[in-house]
Design a protein around this ligand. Sequence first.
Ligand SMILES: [Zn+2]
Length: 299
Amino acid sequence: MWQSLRGSSCRHFTARVAMADVVVLTIAMAGALGLLIGSFLNVCIVRWPAMESVVSPRSRCPQCGTLIGWYDNIPVISWLMLRGKCRQCALPIPIRYPLVELGVGVLWAAAAWQYGISLEALRAAVFLTILLGIAMTDAREFIIPDEFSIGGTVIGIGLAFAGGALGVRDAVVGAVVGYVVLATVGFLGRKAFGREAMGGGDIKMMAMVGAFTGAWGVLLTLMFGAIVGLLLHVAALPFRKTAPVRADATPDADVEEMSAEELRAQGYLPFGVSLAIAAAVVFVVGAERVIDWYLAMVL
Ligand SMILES: [Zn+2]
C-alpha cells in the first residue's frame, strides 16, 4: 500500500514537472516569435505611413546606406551589442527599435501564458500588436495606416470565423458600430467646432477595435479613450512648444494637409494613441467586467 502510494505520487510529481516545462517552453517560444514580429513591426511603423513596401528594399542605415546584415538585425540583442549605433557610421539607432521588439515579445509571451497555445492567445497577441503599431505611427506622424486599421478589421473578422472567443456576428456588428459611431462623432464635431475632431484614421481604427472587442468594446474604448486623451493632454501641457506655424496656416486650415509638427504646434493630440491604450485595457479586462465595475460604482 505504502509502496504503491509513493510510486503514484512520484509519477504524479514527474508529470507535473513535465507540464511546467511545456508551459515555460511555450511561453519562451511565443516570446521569441513576438521579438521577431516586433522587429517586423518596426519596419511597418516607419514604412507604412510613408506608403513604402515592407518587403523590399532590405533595411539599410538611413545615413551611410549600408545594408544591415542579419547579425546586426537580431531583435534587442543586436542593438545592445552595437550599443545603439550603426556598425559603419556610428549613427545612433533610436531606442524605439529595441523597445518595440521587447514590447511585442512580452505581449506574445503574456498571451501564451494567459491562454496557452490557442486561438484566443493568437487573437490577443495580434490585436495588442496592431494597437502598439497604431499608437506608434499616430504619435510619430499623426497617421494610422490602413494596413493596421482595414487590414486589422479583416484579420479580426477572420479570427472570429476561425472560432475565436468573439463570434462572427459580434465581430461584424462591432466593426460596423465602430465605424458608424466614430464617423458620427466626427461629423457632429465638425459641425459644432468647425474643425476636424476625428481623423479618417481614427474611424477606420475603431472598426478594427470593434472586430476584436464587439460593439460594447467600441463604446467602452471610446469612453475610456476620451478620459485617457484628457489626461495625456494635461500631461503634455508643460511640454507644448509654441513652435512657429507656417505663415499661411490659419486655425481652420485643412488638417489633412498639415505636417505632424504643425499639428502638434496647434495643440492637436494623436487621438489614436488614447484609443489604443483604452482598447488594450478593455480587451485585457473584458468588456463585461468593465460594465460590471461601472454598474457597481454607479448603483
Ligand atoms: Zn550607418
